[in-house]
Ligand binder design. Structure first.
Ligand code: B3K
Ligand code: ZN
Length: 895
């Protein structure tokens, strides 16, 4: 499509049920890399509940037509660019359509493709149409029988969804396997894998006593990196049984790892396909973050078996029905694994991490040109709507039901949801209705969370009447800061659960009694804000309290309340809600950093803030707090997050401010960082437990602060020893990064030596080589050697490969998305690099290209001197790109 044309738009309100249904599908594959023949036999019948249509239009892309047969006779079909139309279809017919696709030429990684000599598929959202002609929409659900035929030596393993029902030898060194999936599913959950793979196997019994076979398939060399994924799978199975009463339904559950993959993983029925990054781990090659990601994503895909597969989405606008819900479920799973379901402090660590990601990724999205409600109203390319909004804000919306109903009420809602919709394709309204009906609640106002884009704001004012011992809290909701595109309509107030606590004079929680209640109850109350403005009055309040607002981040909103610095310090030291302790610290640091950034922008002198340093000292030395929690408290807000908060974002000033404060904290607390480093060593064998990883996190944070000192001798000594002696990737990579930073500020080259050593040790391990690229892309360049030059040089490194999405993310995305100070260099060099890469990727892999394209969509939020070069880069890209994916993003950005 020429990029000056607007791509056609699909609208939510245009949904109509399919005129035909497909009850069963039988697929026969003759697998060969250049040309794979697919024979597709479908049993079609007219849908009695839809508008009658004479002909049947199937979609198909990049397919070569061979033949069409209807009920045994040649069929009258019209084959077009993206479709195949069957004329005069009777009420029921069996069609056999044969076509050819070209897996090895497929660089999009949608449909059937080849990675490192093996075959894989990716069908969500609209990839099945690149395999065969079909009604490729999620409300058409069918049972599948799949026969795979291939050369036995090159492709000894042949996998598809469901149960293996037959296998055997064929002539010419070929063999076959036949799979049957007993569960009806939409085409996007179809998968096949063929190649040289081996599996770690385990047999488990589920709650009903049934025995299940679990397999993690990888390339033979990687078998020693599958244990953690298998353990995570077993934990997921157990957790879903206990928390939601949901059991594994198939006899066999397979996970397969692939090196070339557009995203993290895919929940194909019984045959999850994963990016190797989220499966392979051992102590030497994977960090604590990798271990945690693997556990969370294995959980996420497994949980989709119920929320996504057993109950799927009626249309793609309902995507958050499965994604928001499944993210919520994986968040709850991880929280439980962090410290048991009842350990609030351990759970808070997970909550803080999730909110940090939400604010950094989703809030920005929600105020930019791609802003959309969790249930979007329209799209040109659905792949562009696998967003932080649909996933993460979607999860927050699901969490609000639980906050309003309690865990038991939420479970009742889930039970009713499955009772009503198991085996079918549902909508977000169906889910909301199940939650409401199971609990006798009216959630009609709650619908606005699904239809309103933008981040709501809740402004808080308080009034204490000492004589009457009354404390009133007035909450006002608005969409004050959303951009015009973020809110096409103002739909009226949202239903917001607003959790609040009141701290008494010594920082101790008060028991709360609202006006009209007979007695005081618990110390945290969930207020239900349903009007634009509401006042809640607490009685028997014997002293002026300090409010702790939106505890545990009970709704995805921005809270505005005029805390004094002293009040924030009290909350940071005493709030019983661990989330809000962290929040108070972040608030203090954010205020300080924004004021430093303003001074830096005006070339004014920067000065340290003693109060902030004292607060940090108290946290750092507070042995009652877990190391993991202290680490989170002491990480400054990211440059990206800070830039979001500025009216005209100035990445250079933000970087200067944050670096200044890091150096101040490093200098003022040097002895404490050194002591903390020594106190948190984790001798002995590597363990990826929350406790050990928390200790490593705090120790390595200490090291990173020490590397900021003017004299980094201590950091260099500790980091060198740690690098050499490390028995795990977390410690080795943290030491490497500390050496890079220390050597950059000292103008020395020992960082380079460490990088060379790292590459030499790990060059045979693609996932670690990705880290090696990423460290360099994220490093702080100097004026002699800006990072963009390092990145450009690395593009010609023999290990770089633009066709591998992991490598592209490691080098190009890390630079453009995670190194703001260098990417936004005043000379526009970062933007020029970005434009070149978007254009190059557009021709190879539109999905990856579109993700990169999004990194400039918020150009209007930047300071004028950056806006112009950004706009130029966008305009240059607009003239050259062709894919619907990238065209949609660039059009919206420039609109
Ligand atoms: N459902 C898949 C995402 C598919 C993305 C397609 N562009 C992974 C997940 O969310 O679990
Ligand atoms: Zn998902």
């Amino acid at each position: 499509m020429p990029s000056n044309e607007t791509p056609p738009i699909v609208r939510r309100t245009d949904y109509t049920p399919p005129s035909f249904l497909i009850d069963s599908v039988s697929l026969e594959f003759d697998l060969a890399p250049e040309q794979t023949t697919v024979r597709n036999t479908i049993r079609v019948r007219r849908n009695p509940e839809a508008v009658r249509e004479g002909s049947l239009e199937l979609v198909g892309e990049k397919l070569t037509f061979i033949s069409a047969v209807a009920d045994g006779a040649p069929a009258d079909v019209v084959v077009g660019e993206g479709s195949l139309t069957v004329k005069d279809v009777p009420d029921s017919v069996e069609l056999t359509l044969t076509g050819v696709c070209a897996p090895s030429a497929n660089t999009t990684m949608m449909g059937l493709y080849v990675s490192r000599g093996n075959f894989f598929t990716q069908c969500e959202a609209e990839g099945f149409r690149r395999i065969t002609w079909f009604l490729d929409r999620p409300d058409v659900m069918s049972t599948y029988t799949v026969t795979l035929r291939a050369d036995k030596v090159a492709y000894p393993v042949l996998l598809s969804n469901g149960n293996l029902v037959d296998q055997g030898e064929l002539a010419d060194g070929r063999h076959y396997a036949k799979w049957e999936d007993p569960f009806r599913k939409p085409a996007y959950l179809f998968a096949l894998v063929a190649g040289k793979l081996e599996a770690l196997e385990e047999r488990v019994r589920t709650s009903s006593g049934a025995e299940k076979l679990l397999q993690v398939w990888v390339e033979p060399n990687d078998l020693n990196k599958t244990r953690h994924a298998m353990d995570s799978l077993i934990q997921s199975i157990r957790w879903d049984e206990t928390r939601f009463g949901l059991e594994l339904d198939l006899d066999r559950f397979m996970i397969v790892a692939v090196s070339d993959f557009n995203m993290g993983a895919m929940e194909n029925k019984g045959l999850n396909i994963f990016n190797t990054k989220f499966i392979l781990a051992n102590a030497e090659t994977a960090s604590d973050v990798d271990y945690a990601n693997i556990q969370a994503i294995v959980g996420h895909e497994y949980f989709h078996n119920w929320t996504g597969n057993r109950v799927t989405c009626r249309d793609w606008f309902q995507l958050s029905l499965k994604e928001g819900l499944t993210v919520f479920r994986d968040q709850e799973f991880t929280a439980a694994m962090m410290g048991g379901d009842e350990n609030a402090a351990a759970r808070a660590i997970k909550r803080i991490e999730d909110v940090r990601v939400l604010r950094q990724m989703q809030f920005g999205e929600d105020s930019g040109p791609m802003a959309h409600p969790i249930r979007p109203e329209s799209y040109a390319e659905i792949s562009n709507f696998y967003t932080a909004t649909v996933y993460r804000k979607g999860a927050e919306v699901v969490r609000m039901y639980q906050t309003l109903l309690g865990r038991d009420g939420f479970r009742k809602g889930m039970d009713l949801y499955f009772q009503r919709h198991d085996g079918s394709a549902a909508t977000c309204d169906d889910f909301r209705a199940a939650m409401a009906d199971a609990n006798g609640r009216d959630f009609s106002q709650f619908e606005r969370w699904y239809s309103q884009a933008g981040t709501p704001r809740v402004t808080v004012t308080t009034r204490y009447d000492a004589a009457a011992q009354r404390y009133s809290v007035t909450l006002t909701q608005s969409y004050g800061h959303a951009s015009a595109t973020a809110r096409p309509t103002q739909m009226g107030p949202l239903h917001i659960p607003f959790a609040i606590g009141l701290l008494g004079p010594l920082g101790v929680d008060m028991r709360l009694r609202l006006e009209g209640e007979s007695a005081a109850r618990e110390t945290t109350r969930v207020l239900e804000l349903t009007e634009t403005q509401q006042t809640f009055t607490f009685v028997d309040v014997t002293a002026k309290p300090l409010p702790s607002l939106l505890r545990n981040f009970s709704a995805p909103v921005i809270v505005e309340y005029d805390y004094s610095v002293d009040e924030l310090a009290v909350l940071l030291a005493h709030d019983s809600d661990p989330f809000n302790r962290w929040e108070a610290g972040q608030c203090l640091a954010t205020r300080e950093l924004l004021s430093l950034a303003a001074r830096a922008a005006a070339s004014q002198h920067l000065e340290a803030n003693d109060a902030l340093i004292s607060s940090y000292r108290r946290v750092l030395t507070d042995a009652t707090l877990s190391p993991g929690f202290r680490e989170l408290m002491l990480v400054l807000p990211t440059e990206t997050y800070l830039a979001e908060l500025m009216t005209d974002a100035d990445p250079a000033a933000v970087h200067a401010a944050r670096q200044f404060l890091r150096k101040q904290l490093a200098t003022a607390l040097k002895e404490e960082w050194l002591a903390t480093y020594e106190d948190n060593l984790t001798p002995g064998a590597y363990e990826p437990t929350p406790n050990a990883s928390g200790r490593r996190g705090l120790k390595n944070l200490s090291l990173s602060y020490l590397a900021e000192l003017d004299d980094p001798a201590d950091a260099v000594r500790l980091a060198s020893a740690q690098y050499r002696g490390a028995n795990n990737m977390t410690d080795r990579s943290a030491a490497l990064v500390a050496l890079l930073n220390a050597s950059a500020s000292a103008g020395l080259d020992f960082g380079e030596h460490a990088l060379d050593d790292f590459y030499g040790r790990f060059e045979g391990d693609p996932l670690v080589v990705d880290k090696w690229f990423a460290f360099q892309a994220m490093q702080r360049g100097t004026s002699q050697r800006p990072t963009v030059e390092i990145v450009r040089a690395l593009m010609s490194h023999p290990a770089f490969n633009i066709r591998n999405p992991n490598r592209v993310r490691a080098l190009i995305f890390s630079f453009c998305g995670a190194n703001p100070a260098q990417f936004h260099a005043a000379d526009g060099s970062g933007y020029a690099f970005w434009a070149e890469q978007v254009v190059a990727l557009d021709a190879l892999n539109p999905q990856v290209a579109a993700r990169l394209a999004r990194m400039l969509e918020r150009w209007r939020a930047y300071m004028p001197s950056l806006r112009e070069p950004m706009r130029k880069a966008l305009t240059a890209v607009a003239e050259q790109v062709k894919s619907r994916d990238v065209v949609e993003i660039i059009h919206k950005a420039l609109a």
